[in-house]
Design a protein around this ligand. Structure first.
Ligand SMILES: Cc1cc2nc3c(=O)[nH]c(=O)nc-3n(C[C@H](O)[C@H](O)[C@H](O)COP(=O)(O)O)c2cc1C
Length: 170
């Protein structure tokens, strides 16, 4: 079975996370492709989907939302996992504790009948050059610290769980 790890990124960290997931799935013996969702021509060619996007304003990027909307029929017939890449680990105190609310907020922007098996929020990288001036002020106000917050062990674990579901041990 061919697995698509489809992603949408603004500054690259979601791509690196998708590529890492693809290598975990590949090492588990699955045939897998990591590619931007906007470059996928025939979603029907894949037997399973792991789809992820950077989060901006608590929403997936437009190409990711469009892919899901346009391919809902195919996705409804296949196993689907989704992941979001935001900045929960860059926040402090009460803002950090609000992070779990991001998942339902993101899902409100996706079709309700997507039927995904799991949705995981990962942290990516947050650089000062990625934010507007007002965004930088807000980021500081909520206790944000710029940095690389990718948790590779968490990414590997999640991908290994997917591999286990798609290719149960003999
Ligand atoms: C304009 C903008 C808006 C953002 N909004 C959110 C947000 O609502 N929630 C969140 O967790 N992260 C937010 N972030 C942080 C990004 O999701 C985070 O930096 C992520 O690693 C970006 O992934 P990418 O490198 O693949 O683009 C925002 C970043 C930018 C530049």
């Amino acid at each position: 079975m061919d697995v698509l790890v489809g992603y949408a990124t603004a500054h690259g960290s979601t791509r690196t996370i998708a590529v890492r997931m693809a290598s975990v799935l590949s090492r588990a013996g699955l045939t897998v492709e990591a590619r931007p969702m906007e470059d996928v021509e025939d979603a029907d060619a894949y037997g399973a989907f792991v789809l992820g996007s950077a989060v901006h304003e608590q929403s997936w990027l437009r190409p990711a939302r469009r892919f899901v909307r346009d391919n809902l029929d195919v996705l409804g017939r296949r196993p689907v996992w989704i992941f979001s890449v935001g900045m929960p680990a860059a926040l402090r105190g009460p803002w950090r504790r609000l992070a779990p609310r991001e998942l339902p907020a993101v899902e409100r922007g996706l079709p309700p009948n997507l039927g995904h098996r799991d949705h995981r929020l990962f942290s990516g990288t947050v650089g000062r050059d990625q934010l507007s001036r007002s965004g930088r002020v807000f980021f500081r106000l909520v206790g944000g610290r710029f940095g690389d917050y990718r948790d590779w062990a968490a990414v590997d674990d999640w991908a290994a769980g997917i591999a286990g579901e798609l290719r149960p041990a003999p």
